[in-house]
Write a protein that binds this ligand. Structure first.
Ligand code: KE4
Length: 425
């Protein structure tokens, strides 16, 4: 028996679904999850010692490649000085300064341990700052699993959210409006009707949780103009896009100054570190300065901060993001070429170190369009690539991630593997 299967069966006895986060269970694609034994650079080895080219990279953090020696050493060096103190440290000041230097919109920043904590805190902060209850999110965008954000679009024009998860009382989502990504008219109508009651709009500025979907320039501009006009807080959830799509993040690519930004994944280099920050007048409402409570035993953990600082310094190397962008664009183009040669309808897209491919004729611009992709064909392709030793995200609704360790030669190898895979599905 495969050791992956043995571990999966064992795991299911003591862990719900055998995994500590649902997407890892291969629910959409079927089959046995690969249990990672170790990883290095662009590769990981599973419990059967099979080697895979990794295009998940922990869902974004591994932008330098796995086990980068300088990041590992930074964590090792921090560890011998103690693991956690529940007291401030110099590293927290240093990484906060680095984030504020890299993101001009961030005047003050608070460190937390997960993206969920970061987004949950910005929602509470926006409500505390404005004194308003309504929040706006977009269908298909994922911001972690806090109650008020686990919603799906309701029916009707002003789609107040219905809980998308068990255990979330309707009371927790009745103040959450769920709109359509890239729908400027609906956004404008909503603000016309409810603008003075809206505390904030939170969005993935480049969506990665309904596969990779970019906003239109018109949508982005309307978001900033309407939130400004009605005094609502604009929250760029850059947990996934932050320092991945560009050093200046999605906000830099858009030329937009959000009021608050959330960060995660890359900012911690693979260790549990996330952050939220933005305008000083808003952040000034956070305890201990203001009356919006937020806290965390492991917030700013010294090992996470060490990994994050090392990562943030290494990604500022000249040409780093340009190389990522060129390689992910080549991969996206190569996948589309390979599919076309096989007569398979497939479109693809990329931005910085993120890419997406869709079993549909065109690149989706909304969640509704993303759900029309050919899932059975994605599933077959996923497994054919797994057989080729290429590990893609085990869901058609997830973006793909490359690292600087994914060399041009490895990208070409991946495209060649895709040609063989398309021939087999
Ligand atoms: P975490 O709580 O998982 O650290 O972050 C939540 C989150 C917030 N905002 C955005 C834009 C995110 O993408 C995420 C988490 N992303 C998923 C990947 N689709 C994490 C993978 C998982 O849930 O296992």
């Amino acid at each position: 028996m495969s050791r992956n299967l043995e571990l999966f069966e064992r795991g299911k006895q003591v862990i719900p679904g055998g995994v500590n986060s649902p997407v890892r269970a291969f629910g959409q694609v079927g089959g046995t999850p690969r249990f990672v034994k170790r990883a290095e650079g662009a590769w990981f080895w599973d419990a059967d010692d099979k080697q895979y080219l990794d295009y998940v990279g922990s869902w974004g953090p591994a932008i330098l490649g796995h086990a980068h020696p300088e990041v590992v050493k930074a964590v090792q060096d921090a560890a011998v000085g103690g693991l956690s103190f529940g007291a401030p440290t110099e590293g927290e000041v240093a990484i906060a300064e680095e984030i504020c230097k890299l993101l001009p919109s961030v005047e003050q920043v608070r460190l937390v341990s997960s993206g969920t904590e970061a987004t949950m805190s910005t929602i509470r902060l926006a409500r505390g700052f404005t004194g308003r209850d309504l929040i706006v999110k977009f269908e298909g965008c994922y911001h972690g699993h806090s109650d008020s954000l686990l919603v799906k679009a309701g029916s009707g024009l002003l789609t107040f959210g219905n809980p998308s998860s068990g255990g979330v009382p309707a009371d927790c989502t009745k103040h959450t409006l769920v709109l359509q990504y890239n729908d400027v008219n609906q956004l404008s109508d909503t603000f016309k009707e409810l603008g003075d009651k809206i505390a904030c709009v939170i969005l993935e500025p480049i969506a990665g949780n309904m596969n990779l979907i970019k906003p239109s320039a018109e949508f982005v501009k309307a978001l900033r103009a309407l939130t400004e006009q009605y005094g609502a807080v604009l929250i760029y959830d850059e947990v996934m896009t932050g320092f991945r799509v560009a050093l200046e993040c999605a906000q830099g690519l858009h030329g937009i100054t959000p009021d608050l930004t959330t960060l995660g994944k890359v900012v911690g280099g693979g260790m549990p570190l996330a952050a939220f920050g933005g305008r000083a007048d808003i952040m000034g409402k956070i305890a201990p300065l203001g009356n919006v409570y937020q806290a965390g035993t492991l917030s700013g953990n010294p090992l996470s901060v060490a990994a994050g600082l090392a990562t943030l310094r290494l990604i500022q190397q000249p040409g780093f993001h340009a190389a990522l962008g060129t390689r992910s664009a080549r991969l996206a183009q190569g996948l589309a070429e390979a599919a076309r040669e096989a007569g398979v309808p497939l479109s693809s897209d990329s931005v910085g170190g993120m890419f997406g491919f869709y079993f549909s004729e065109s690149v989706p611009a909304s969640y509704a369009e993303a759900t029309r992709c050919d899932i059975p064909r994605f599933k077959a392709f996923f497994h054919a690539m797994l057989d080729e030793g290429v590990y893609l995200a085990p869901s058609a609704y997830e973006a793909g991630f490359i690292s600087i360790a994914h060399t041009e030669a490895l990208i070409e190898d991946t495209i060649a593997a895709a040609r063989r895979a398309f021939a087999n599905i």
